[in-house]
Design a protein around this ligand. Sequence first.
Ligand code: TYM
Length: 318
Amino acid sequence: MSKKVFLSGVQPSGKPHIGNYFGAMKQFVDLQNEHDGYVFIADYHALHSLRNPKEMKENIKNVLLDYLAIGLDPKKVTFFKQSDISEHTELAWIFDTIITMPYLMRAHAFKDAEAKNKEIDVGTFNYPVLMAADILMYGPDLVPVGADQKQHVEIARDIAEKFNNVYGEGSQIFKLPEPMILKEVAIVLGTDGRKMSKSYNNTIPLFAEYEEIKKCVMSIVTDSSGGIPQNVYAIHKLFRPEEELKKIYAEKSGKYKELKEMLIEDLEKFIAPLRERRKEFAKDIPKALEILKKGGEKAKIVASKKMSEVREKIGVNI
Ligand code: TYM
């Protein structure tokens, strides 16, 4: 029996944080032995927030190093860069023609932007359609993501269904993917108790140096009610079993500084080996770029085959 397939991506929009890692990236590593994997850098998605070409280039290289440093194995997973596979944007256009504006207006990201009275670019509005193309192109069974991406995977399923109904003539051209969201890490909280997010400035970077870890942990917002500092605990439970942690927090009730110091040490223990691995990969950027190029060649074969099928189905192949 052929292996199941997973697919996921990360935007090169800045430094990844432990929310990205526990919410999604760790699952890529865990899945790679039993599954065929596609993992990519969603650079076209990042364009809606990043308009500095120098920074874009740096960030793309950085995400590549991040993927390698967390242990993704290019022999097991196809790595690529979204913009190298032009079939994604082509397929997104075709999906655009079968999906309605009122449907996309129900997307959380659009509604949030609208509520904030932001001037919304078409790319932001269309974000879920490009994401549907990213996913459906490779027919994955599973899409490991954090809870904030759940609706996007649901939209991809709806688009697959709609396309199959319109053009499938009874056959499934696109497989319906399942989101894979682990309950305990669906929403990793940040240093202020809200969802950890670059845009809230409440992150702990995944490859932080010791001093940076210290600074982040010391900035964790605590209330003055004594007892257990919830925001410290919420991050700490990513690194120790809760049974053990509950005892420690009960024993050290009210001793916020000691608990924070302990979290710093636990974070350092976890991050230091990742940081070192990343530094090793960073010594040979051309080699890392070659991995991306090879992965792109593999992904291109799959994507162009799928697009031939799609072009045939919609009738533009004459
Ligand atoms: P991005 O780059 O914002 O985030 C990468 C992954 O990290 C997860 N995540 C979190 N999980 C738990 N707690 C948090 N605080 C947290 N913050 C981020 C995200 O859910 C995501 O899984 N649209 C995607 C990129 C993308 C994609 C795709 C993903 C483009 N095409 C196709 C999967 C399949 C994004 O912006 O992720």
